[in-house]
Design a protein. Structure first.
Length: 331
C-alpha cells in the first residue's frame, strides 16, 4: 500500500525494456569489491547477493542499499536461498573456502569442490540460460568444475583467469615507461598464478609493438628486466595478501570489466580462462587463460595470438599440471 504519492499524474509503468540481473555468490572481500564496482559503474538493473552467512549477507546488503542516494538506481537483493537468483544474466562466483594453515592445495581444492556442488546446481536450476563467471581459486580448475557440474556449453562458463595478472602487468609496464596503463596492450596467458606465461611479443604501447621497435632501432633491452616484471606480477598477489590480508580492489575492477563486456555485449578481448582443448596442441578438457572475445553469448571466440616455441611449451606444461590435479578430483 503506497501511502504517499510525491508525484501526481505519473504515467503508468511503461518500461518494457528487459531488465538485467547480476548475481554475486560469496560476499567476502572479493565478492563485495565486485558488487561495489558493478554498482558504481551502473552495469545492471538488479544486483543479487548470496552467501551462507546470513548476518553478514544482510549487513552487506543494507550497507549498499544505504548508498542509494549516491548511486545509479539499482535494485539490491540478498538471500541465502538461490531462488532469489532466478533469471540472472550473469552469475559471478567468489565463494571459497579459506586455506587452513598447513593444508595442502589439493585438500583445499577438495573442500572447494564440495562447496561448488552446493553452489553451481541451484544457480543452473534457477537461471538455465545464465553465464557463469568463476573467480574462486584455484580459478582454472574451479572453472572446469563449474563447467562439469553445470552441463553448460563451454562458451557460457568463464574463469576470471589472468585478466587480473594482465592488468598488473600493464600497470608495471606503464609505470616503467611512464605512460598510461590504458595505452598498454600486454597479455599474460595460461594458468592464473605461478605458472602464467607472459607474451612479450604482444606488448604494444599506443599501437607500437615494443619488442620489434626496440629491435629495429637496435636498442638493447635486457631479458632480465622483462623477466623481473613478470616475476613481480606473480609475486604481487602474495605481497598484497602479506600486507593487507587479502586482495580486493584490483580483482573487483577486473571482474566488473569482464561483466561489462558480457552484459553490454562489448565484444572486447580479455585474457580469461576458457576451454583450451585443441588449441596450441593442448590435449584434454582443461581451462586456461587465452585472449578471448567476450559478449552477450559469453566467450565468442579465441584470438589466434602467435606463441613462440617456448611460450607454447610453457602453456602445455601448465595444462599438464592442471590436468594431473583434475585427475585426482574424481569429477
Ligand atoms: P572471503 O572473504 O573468505 O569470502 C568468501 C565468502 O564465501 C564468505 O563470505 C563465505 O561466507 C562465503 N561462502 C563460503 N561457503 C559458501 C557457500 N557454500 N555458498 C555461498 N557462499 C559461501 O574470501 P575472499 O573474498 O577474499 O576470496 C574469495 C575467493 O576469491 C577465494 O577463493 C580467493 O582465492 C579468490 N580470489 C580470486 C582471485 C582471482 O584473480 N581469480 C583474486 C583474488 C581472490
Amino acid at each position: 500500500q503506497v501511502f504517499f504519492r510525491p508525484i501526481s499524474n505519473a504515467a503508468p509503468p511503461s518500461s518494457t525494456k528487459r531488465q538485467t540481473k547480476i548475481s554475486v555468490i560469496g560476499v567476502g572481500n572479493v565478492g563485495m569489491a565486485i558488487a561495489q564496482t558493478v554498482l558504481t559503474q551502473d552495469l545492471t538493473d538488479e544486483l543479487v547477493l548470496v552467501d551462507v552467512n546470513a548476518d553478514k549477507l544482510r549487513g552487506e546488503m543494507l550497507d549498499l542499499q544505504h548508498a542509494a542516494a549516491f548511486l545509479p538506481r539499482t535494485k539490491i537483493l540478498a538471500s541465502v536461498d538461490y531462488d532469489i537468483t532466478a533469471g540472472s544474466d550473469l552469475c559471478i562466483v567468489t565463494a571459497g573456502a579459506r586455506q587452513i594453515p598447513g593444508e595442502s592445495r589439493l585438500n583445499l581444492l577438495q573442500r572447494n569442490l564440495s562447496l561448488f556442488r552446493a553452489v553451481i546446481p541451484p544457480l543452473v536450476r534457477y537461471s538455465p540460460d545464465t553465464i557463469l563467471l568463476i573467480v574462486s581459486n584455484p580459478v582454472d580448475i574451479l572453472t572446469y568444475v563449474a563447467w562439469k557440474l553445470s552441463g553448460f556449453p563451454s562458451n557460457r562458463v568463464i574463469g576470471s583467469g589472468t585478466n587480473l595478472d594482465s592488468s598488473r602487468f600493464r600497470f608495471l609496464i606503464a609505470d616503467h615507461l611512464d605512460v598510461n596503463a590504458q595505452d598498454v596492450q600486454a597479455y599474460i596467458v595460461g594458468e592464473h598464478g605461478d605458472s602464467s606465461v607472459a607474451l612479450w611479443s604482444s606488448i604494444s604501447v599506443g599501437g607500437i609493438p615494443v619488442l620489434s621497435f626496440l629491435k629495429k632501432q637496435q636498442i638493447a633491452y635486457e631479458k632480465e628486466t622483462l623477466e623481473q616484471i613478470h616475476k613481480t606480477v606473480i609475486d604481487s598477489a602474495y605481497e598484497v595478501i602479506n600486507l593487507k590480508g587479502y586482495t580486493s580492489w584490483a580483482i573487483g575492477y577486473s571482474v566488473a570489466n569482464l561483466a561489462r563486456s558480457i552484459i553490454r555485449d562489448q565484444r572486447k578481448i580479455h585474457p580469461v580462462s576458457v576451454l583450451a582443448k585443441g588449441i596450441y596442441g593442448i590435449d584434454g578438457d582443461v581451462f586456461l587463460s587465452l585472449p578471448s572475445q567476450l559478449g552477450r553469448g559469453g566467450t565468442l571466440g579465441i584470438t589466434n595470438v602467435h606463441l613462440n616455441e617456448e611460450e607454447t611449451k610453457r602453456l602445455k606444461d601448465s595444462a599438464k599440471t592442471i590436468l594431473e590435479v583434475q585427475g585426482q578430483l574424481g569429477i
